[in-house]
Design a protein around this ligand. Structure first.
Ligand code: HEC
Ligand code: HEC
Length: 334
């Protein structure tokens, strides 16, 4: 009798602490429900042909000066559309100064780049193609060469009957394809949808920490786990980040855009400089709170976790990983 009462009490406590059925928990969970449609707010309306053309361009190294590097060289689908090194080497054999960010769920992200210097995906794509330290391409050359490739001419004429292969059309197609790169359904999404067995008890405790004591959801909010704004998280860096565009804002110094956290386990190393190698290192960084300086976000509060709590938080982040993912390669026009 004594035993069963204790058992009953602990079941009740467990239900209140980690069970999705508590009202507060359900309200919190609703904020993370994934959208069912992609907002295609590009300059040209979405069509499957436009996205298919964009996908070919995304994987086509002929956009680069030496024809050896495509968008996918750095935004590799097998690594959550990132590269598994801190800083990549670009076309000129020189190191690119920031870590490659993921391209997952870009349709919901704005502005673009770690420092938010670009407002739209259409505007963004010109950067990597022409930058000498990234692809080192030249639009005049690209356009005249693509006009000699019969399959490309055919595709561009179908999608853009008025003007065919142009710089603007290349950028429009790339941006439209990028909006289709969406992280798949994950155990967490099934939990949000009411399946209580979709994630472990440890991961549920991790969610409580994420939205509670650890304060992660102060910045990593919503279904894509980002507030799309800029914060200095106290990392050791000489990069001024957002301050380049907001010189008068004290809080913009060393501030970078909050990345979404979907499929994070494929995306190590982490942060704008790739300085943290594992999720556990990311968590211990937040516990200490990084370097105290005027620019550091007020949301960076000191807290400490037990080893078990760190494991729970990692378990939770792992539940954001899509269960089924595949990226088929396009056959490129010739
Ligand atoms: C040499 C590696 C490299 C190549 C090739 C490359 N990128 Fe990037 N990409 C980066 C890096 C590094 C950043 C972050 C730069 C920054 O924030 O200052 C970035 C940022 C981005 C972003 C912004 C993401 C965000 O969170 O806002 C988008 C979108 C993007 N790239 C798309 C592309 C497209 C499209 C191509 C091909 C036309 C491409 N990239 C080619 C390295 C690369
Ligand atoms: C003050 C806002 C804020 C808080 C609080 C916060 N983050 Fe972040 N997070 C960011 C920003 C901004 C970055 C990028 C920082 C940089 O690179 O300089 C980031 C980066 C990350 C990354 C790396 C993602 C990638 O693609 O490289 C992970 C993982 C992460 N945070 C997890 C967490 C966890 C777990 C917590 C809670 C313990 C947390 N964050 C709390 C704003 C925040």
């Amino acid at each position: 009798m004594k035993f069963s009462l204790k058992f009953l009490v602990s079941v009740l406590v467990l239900c209140c602490v980690v069970g999705p059925s508590s009202a507060a928990n359900m309200d919190e969970l609703k904020k993370y429900k994934r959208p069912l449609t992609i907002p295609f707010d590009g300059v040209t309306p979405y069509s499957i042909q436009l996205a298919t053309l964009g996908k070919m361009l995304f994987f086509d190294p002929r956009l680069s000066g030496a024809k050896n590097m495509s968008c996918a060289s750095c935004h590799n689908p097998s690594f959550g559309y990132e590269t598994p090194v801190d800083l990549v080497v670009g076309a000129n054999n020189s190191t690119v100064d920031r870590h490659v960010p993921t391209l997952l769920n870009m349709a919901w992200v704005s502005p673009h780049f770690w420092d938010g210097r670009s407002k739209s995906l259409e505007e963004q794509a010109v950067g990597p193609i022409t930058s000498p330290i990234e692809m080192n391409g030249n639009f005049k050359t690209i356009i005249s060469e693509f006009r000699m490739i019969p399959d490309y001419v055919k595709w561009f004429n179908i999608v853009f009957p008025e003007d065919g292969v142009t710089q603007k059309n290349i950028l429009t197609a790339l941006a439209t394809y990028e909006r289709t790169i969406v992280s798949g359904w994950s155990p967490f999404d099934r939990w949000v949808d009411g399946n209580e067995h979709a994630i472990s008890l440890g991961a549920k405790r991790g969610f409580e920490l994420f939205t509670g004591k650890a304060g992660c959801s102060n910045c990593h909010t919503g279904w894509n786990f980002t507030d799309n704004s800029f914060h200095d998280t106290g990392l050791n860096t000489s990069d001024i980040g957002r301050a380049k565009y907001e010189p008068d804002n004290l809080k913009a110094m060393h501030a970078f855009k909050t990345p979404g956290l979907r499929n994070t386990i494929f995306r190590a190393p982490y942060m704008h400089n790739g300085s943290l190698p594992t999720l556990r290192r990311v968590i211990t960084h937040y516990e200490v709170g990084g370097i105290k300086r005027t620019s550091r976000s007020r949301k960076m509060e000191h807290f400490s976790l037990t080893n078990g709590e760190r494991n729970d938080l990692v378990s939770f982040i792992k539940t954001l990983t899509a269960e089924k993912q595949e990226a088929s390669l396009p056959v490129l026009p010739n």
